[in-house]
Design a protein around this ligand. Sequence first.
Ligand code: HEM
Length: 419
Amino acid sequence: MATEYSSRRFLTIAVVPWGDQWKKMRRVVTCEIVSASKLHSLLENRTEEADNLVRFIYNQCKSNGGDNSTASAVVNLRLAMRQYSGNVIRKMIFNRRYFGEGRKDGGPGYEEEEHVESLFTVLKHLYSFILSDYIPWLRSFDLEGHEKTVRKAMKIVNDYQDPLIDERVQEWREGKRTESEDLLDAFILAKDSNGKRALSIEEIKAQCAELMLATVDNPSNAVEWAMAEMINQPEILLKAVEEIDAVVGKERLVQEADIPKLNYVKACAREGFRLHPIAPFNLPHVSTADATVAGYFIPKGSHVLLSRYGLGRNPKVWDDPLKFNPERHLKDGSMCVGLTETDLRFISFSTGRRGCMGVALGTAMTVMLLARLLQGFNWRVPPNEANIDLSEAKDDLFMAKPLHALGQPRLPAHLYPAN
Ligand code: HEM
């Protein structure tokens, strides 16, 4: 069935492009931003942020005293994971981790926390129900207050990002820059079929915001849930760590080049996406032609929402669907497990012409996040708690309480990135 995104929802968010503009943006993003060569050229930026994640957690463990083998701390893993995701994409777009002065221990400053929190506020509203999606004339009343909240959050995001973009465009105009270093340069230099600049400054700003939004939530949510489930089932956690030790060893940190061989780790991340989707439904689509699916007639113009829960927890497809069980993804003896699911037995990157454009980057970020946490530290339930509380939040599908766990370094001290 052919579908497009629902335009009304995106008018509210005012970031995601639509119609002809979408085609142009899709071409620019595919050719200039997520191409294999571009991702390869920015590998160092991503690795630096994976190191930074390990450094941030290691410093927390060490701050309580003790040598490498005895140091430990209860770590706010949600904060570390969300900041890792924000750092990776910020580093890839703007070639910087910090908007403000930064911190020596690798952790976020006030500015980075505010930036990432504002992105999450926008994302929460992107998926939520509003009446004016179905009764458009109600939009000006902003009955649910969503528009006001999203505008405020987008202003915070743009206030951090836009001055950097203006400054960079100016540098190119004045000839102060001659080489493309990051994704912002790639957007500025992108050409159309006539060899002219493809994007206006406003379009570049919208694209930078969209890339931040597209990247920051999925890896951190899937890995937060996967880690929580694995800490409650230590035999699964141990198996993943054993795989990393066998593939990578304990004398170097895991790298993106190791990902093809980390099938069990990828199966754990896949299980995170299946069992704990980021939202109950996919982004709203509209059918662009009459269609019949499974005997149901769907007229052109219908809103189409796929239930992520319905798919990922469907007992007709998945045995014991509520159990976190990575083995289910290894049953067919597949030599290379991936995070995509083109048959839509659950939704990770979705599929089709409006499917995710960032599969390679999203996979690299998710697997590196999980693998570095598992390789770098032993993880246990915090003292005085029986197990990790796996309740979902009341108004979204994140964990109700941010994941905190007791971390302890498990590698030789010299492998932890220094301050
Ligand atoms: C694990 C990480 C990620 C997951 C699970 C994910 C998942 C998705 C999903 C489910 C959609 C909607 C597809 C639909 O409605 O059919 C989507 C759209 C999109 N994703 Fe991702 N994504 C991830 C990371 C990224 C990254 C790193 C980028 C950066 C380039 C990205 C760029 C996009 C874009 C631009 C769209 C909109 C496509 C369009 O407008 O046609 N995603 N993603």
